[in-house]
Design a protein around this ligand. Structure first.
Ligand SMILES: [Zn+2]
Length: 440
């Protein structure tokens, strides 16, 4: 298959038609009702009939939510909803500047270890209270990390326990509660009430009984239940091999024939994700992305096995041959060296071309010196046939990884935004949003 310049859509088939046909049929989810026992919340399967999509639904008879813990099912549903109102996701919900300042005050307060964790975006949750007289209660603020948790426990669970205790008190001196969580509260949790549902439920009962308002801020959208990177199919943001056509490369098949170790992924149908990839590619094609190839990570595309003896045999003088072998090995390690790079797609292409040309110049200069310029072209053709497919493959792998990461982030953001739309009726006492301009 050959492709034309700049036509990245060639690698994405137009599947809008099939998509619209399938989208009338979003997957069905079980509905659960939230139950309040004495000291904790639980769930029971609900018989309540509902024909609309919702994360959480508040009716006179109680609070209901859908169980999105089946990852593939909820993923398909998410794409269905995301495609339906893509533009909505451009308007994201932020915590107001005033509240932003309050969170920053508390974020800057905890110890060094907490700061380090936040810098790395590690999950932690903390809570702080504002009293009815307007002052903040600095003693009751607590930070919960993963190391504080029992099996299957989420950091927010600790906070909910605390809040349920406050709820059960006869009187309460607080007017506002501020909750911070690195990742947004989860929307799906197998056999358990998701944190988001618990947060909303508790905010409702706290407001009803004590008049307390709740604000929840987060840094990363967790979506239903984390990243989709392992579910997303491979797709390069551009067809890389085209850019090397000037190097007289053959078809794209060369890339797929070049050595590649198998990776374990559960892939979701490409046809379903294509409309989302199509929206995201133009947004990210000029961004930089990493190509990680240091010794820590096992390369997906190992160095090809080159047979360089065939060229050495052409040089009869032992001394010249020795110099030549030395230089050729140097060039080989330069060409296929392991590096951690961070570049745009276009700069990766240029980097590959530059690396190759630099190495060829070295060989050419040497061959002139030892009077063997006649074998230059042969060597160049040989190295070209290994280097460019290898490099193009690496660029495409890295760009695919980046695309998957960005797409997953976008879908996680989208899932969370949907949940905010679904709970907008609680806005006068519950504020949930992204913490902007967060720097430590
Ligand atoms: Zn959770």
């Amino acid at each position: 298959m050959s492709s034309s310049p700049g036509d990245s859509s060639l690698i994405l088939q137009n599947t809008n038609q099939t998509y619209i046909k399938n989208s009338r049929d979003p997957p069905n989810f079980r509905t659960y009702q939230v139950l309040k026992r004495k000291r904790y919340l639980s769930r029971s399967e609900s018989c309540e009939e509902t024909d609309e999509d919702f994360i959480l639904k508040i009716t006179d008879s109680g609070i209901f939510y859908k169980d999105y813990s089946n990852k593939i099912k909820s993923w398909k549903y998410l794409i269905y909803r995301t495609n339906y109102n893509y533009q909505d996701f451009k308007k994201y919900k932020y915590i107001s500047l005033k509240k932003n300042e309050i969170f920053k005050l508390f974020i800057n307060d905890p110890g060094k270890e907490t700061k380090k964790m936040l810098k790395l975006r590690k999950q932690l949750a903390f809570i702080c209270f504002r009293k009815k007289d307007g002052s903040f209660d600095m003693n009751d603020g607590k930070v919960y990390k993963k190391s504080d948790l029992g099996k299957e426990e989420h950091t927010e669970d600790k906070i909910f326990d605390l809040l349920l205790d406050i709820y059960h008190e006869d009187k309460c001196c607080y007017s506002e509660i501020y909750i911070f969580t690195t990742n947004s509260p989860c929307l799906a949790r197998p056999n358990h009430l998701p944190c988001m549902i618990q947060a909303v439920y508790i905010a409702i009962i706290l407001y009803k009984k004590h008049g307390i308002k709740t604000t929840i801020a987060y840094l990363e959208p967790w979506g239903f239940s984390g990243s989709y990177e392992n579910l997303l199919p491979e797709c390069s943001i551009k067809d890389c091999i085209y850019h090397f056509e000037s190097q007289k490369l053959g078809s794209k098949d060369i890339i797929h024939n070049s050595p590649q170790t198998a990776t374990k992924t559960i892939e979701v149908d490409m046809a379903l994700i294509n409309p989302i990839y199509k929206q995201i590619i133009p947004e990210i094609e000029n961004q930089t992305f990493p190509m990680e190839d240091s010794n820590k990570t096992k390369s997906k595309r190992p160095r090809p096995n080159l047979d360089l003896t065939q060229f050495c045999l052409k040089i009869s003088e032992p001394k010249k041959r020795e110099t030549f072998i030395k230089k050729l090995n140097e060039v080989k390690s330069d060409l296929f060296k392991k590096e951690d790079l961070d570049k745009t797609f276009g700069d990766f292409i240029s980097h590959g071309l530059e690396t190759f040309n630099k190495s060829m110049k070295k060989i050419y200069d040497l061959l002139i010196e030892i009077d063997y310029a006649n074998i230059y072209e042969e060597i160049q053709e040989y190295l070209k046939s290994f280097f460019f497919p290898w490099w193009a493959g690496k660029v495409e792998d890295a760009s695919s990884k980046f695309l998957k990461k960005q797409t997953s982030y976008f879908l996680q953001e989208s899932a969370f935004l949907h949940s905010l739309i679904d709970i907008k009726d609680t806005e006068h006492f519950l504020d949930i949003g992204y913490l902007e301009n967060f720097n430590i």
